[in-house]
Design a binder for this molecule. Structure first.
Ligand code: FAD
Length: 317
């Protein structure tokens, strides 16, 4: 079932979870042991992130470094299919522009369609660690909106090979990313909203936000979207704060601000167990307020650890 149908049928705010494929070499049981307890809360859908290649450098005997391309977390499509098979829950694989040309994208979409996957989170992807700026694959897409156009074409039965006859159409529901604190490359919020609107005009069905720790950022973002005639559902993304290191890591990696009150509470913690507790309490407070506001669904970024998400969820069952 499509995410939009889940949202439409919901009588109250839904809860969904985003998981990462395990590091290469780990068994899929690590995914199941995280998901088993979460299933008690009947998630309508589970997102599975996509991780492209990274470059690692091996030191050779002669002292020189050799560059090697590795994908540390493969398995997005397989995990989506396995979750649907084991739990009978809808999945949302993340698909990105980076690293794919249009032909490879089309073939991946055909696989997903054949597996019975109805939803996609359509993204551009970040620059890889050897790039300063995102570079599209030769013959690939530069922006998420271009990838949405391709999925939309397939949804209308239009394949890259226009000589195909009697081609069947797909029916993917498409989510896209939105940034309450602005995407880091956008010169300003107006520009970012302008291009978010392009994604909606291209066919996006709903938006999932980047994580934020101050609900006002989300409320303002929704207001700005509505003022700009972006009227699709906007799902807030929540990440439970969990280590002292994240005081610097999250702003650096996700380009967001942390509220003073949260920073002060974390700084007073003696250890990361205390930080996790602060993170749980903060997320519970955020979630309660988002529910009162009428958020359609809360999207929890689990980042491979679910004990804190379970603690949060115990407040809402
Ligand atoms: P876009 O919408 O293409 O926007 C990128 C930038 O370009 C923005 O600054 C935008 O304003 C600008 N822009 C857009 N269109 C144009 C245009 N036509 N001309 C000029 N400028 C334009 N990354 C992964 O690799 N794997 C994942 O699984 C993943 N999951 C994510 C899930 C969520 C909910 C979120 C919020 C992000 C996720 N990301 C993931 C990160 C995402 O790939 C990065 O944030 C990336 O830098 C931007 O992706 P986007 O889809 O928002 O890009």
């Amino acid at each position: 079932m499509k995410v939009t149908e889940h949202l439409l049928n919901a009588k109250k705010t839904l809860f969904s979870y985003e998981i990462l494929p395990p590091l290469k070499g780990a068994s899929i049981d690590s995914i199941y042991s995280n998901l088993d307890p979460l299933m008690e809360f009947n998630p309508p859908f589970i997102d599975v992130t996509y991780h492209r290649e990274e470059y690692v450098y091996d030191k050779k005997k002669n002292g020189l470094l050799e560059r090697r391309s590795v994908r540390k977390r493969p398995g997005t499509v397989g995990i989506c299919a396995a979750i649907m098979n084991k739990y009978n829950v809808d999945t949302v694989p993340h698909i990105i522009c980076g690293g794919f040309n249009k032909e490879e994208t089309e073939n991946a979409l055909i696989d997903l369609d054949f597996l019975g996957i109805d939803n996609l989170l359509v993204l551009r992807g970040d620059p890889i660690n050897s790039e300063t700026y995102f570079t599209a694959e030769s013959g690939g897409h530069k922006y998420a909106s271009d990838l949405i156009h391709q999925v939309n074409s397939l949804n209308n039965g239009i394949y890259l090979d226009d000589e195909l006859t009697n081609s069947s159409n797909t029916s993917f529901c498409m989510g896209v990313a939105g940034y309450p604190e602005k995407h880091f490359e956008a010169p300003n919020m107006n520009s970012d909203i302008h291009f978010l609107k392009k994604k909606v005009e291209a066919g996006a069905d709903y938006i999932v936000t980047q994580m934020f720790f101050d609900n006002k950022k989300y409320f303002d973002f929704v207001k700005t979207c509505r003022e700009n005639d972006i009227n699709i559902p906007i799902i807030p993304g929540i990440k439970p704060f969990s280590t002292k290191k994240q005081l610097n890591l999250l702003p650096q990696r996700f380009h967001l601000n942390l509220p003073t009150e949260l920073v002060d509470e974390v700084l007073m913690c003696k250890n990361n167990d205390d930080v996790r507790q602060v993170g749980v309490e903060w997320a519970v407070k955020q979630t309660k307020e988002l529910i009162s506001y009428g958020a359609p669904c809360i999207h929890f970024y689990t980042m491979g650890k679910v004990d804190n998400v379970l603690k949060i969820m115990s407040n809402f069952s």
